[in-house]
Design a protein around this ligand. Structure first.
Ligand code: PRP
Length: 213
């Protein structure tokens, strides 16, 4: 294990907010702000190495130890249940996992409900908990189209502003679970690089507390 702290950041707007939090915690890495297509950035002085990865892949890097820590959505943790420590709710990247359907939809409980989703695990667990029979159609994106074309009755997907649903004449039927970004750590790293990781948790916590006031 290197003595660098390896940090997986979710590529995109959320990742930029997260990097700003690391910077405030004293783990800056100026080269990350250069406009280029590099994916890995190091600051040997601060002993940090950042890399940009697809948001849904952050937990894989952390679980397997390629990253010591990272930030990913609670949706990914619920769906894949990676073997990591969840350290902190960052209160950003807020949205919800919801069931949505075309306006006016009525559930006929005598029939199996057809559900389109990218989150098959979350959807299955949700309907099992209410004892509803479902048939899952696993899709990789543009989930909203499924009920419009009659592929399924409903969708289980992330709703942030609600614009995508509205513009496709769909509406939320129920919220499954609220989602936000979480700071996660590899289990071995948490033991061997505990001091740096604790420092980050403490710094993030006080930053979050000051933001609330
Ligand atoms: C997510 C989600 C919805 C949309 C919701 O899609 O699957 O389509 O965002 O956001 P809104 O409520 O603010 O409209 P994403 O952009 O991640 O793309 P994809 O699921 O199609 O890959």
């Amino acid at each position: 294990m290197s003595d660098m702290l390896n940090i997986a950041l979710p590529k995109g707007r959320l990742g930029e907010k997260v990097y700003a939090m690391f910077e405030k915690a004293g783990f800056e890495c100026p080269s990350i702000k250069e406009q280029n297509r590099k994916l890995i950035f190091e600051n040997p002085e601060k002993k940090v190495r950042y890399f940009w990865v697809k948001p849904s892949d952050v937990a894989i890097y952390v679980e397997r130890g390629a990253a010591d820590i990272g930030v990913c959505g609670k949706d990914i943790l619920l769906e894949y249940n990676p073997d990591i420590y969840e350290l902190l709710d960052l209160g950003i990247g807020k949205c919800r996992m919801a069931v949505a359907a075309p306006k006016g939809f009525r559930d006929d409980t005598t029939r199996t409900l057809k559900v389109a989703t990218k989150f098959s695990g979350i959807a299955s667990r949700h309907y099992r908990s209410v004892g509803r029979d479902i048939d899952i159609v696993h899709l990789n994106g543009s989930i909203e189209i499924a009920p419009i074309l009659g592929l399924t009755d409903v969708i289980v997907d992330i709703v942030e502003t609600g614009t995508t649903l509205k513009e496709n004449n769909l509406e939320v039927i129920e919220t499954v679970v609220p989602i936000s970004a979480r700071l996660i750590a590899n289990k071995a790293s948490f033991r061997f690089k505990g001091e740096e990781i604790e420092h980050i948790v403490t710094s993030f916590s006080s930053y979050l507390a000051s933001e609330q006031n």
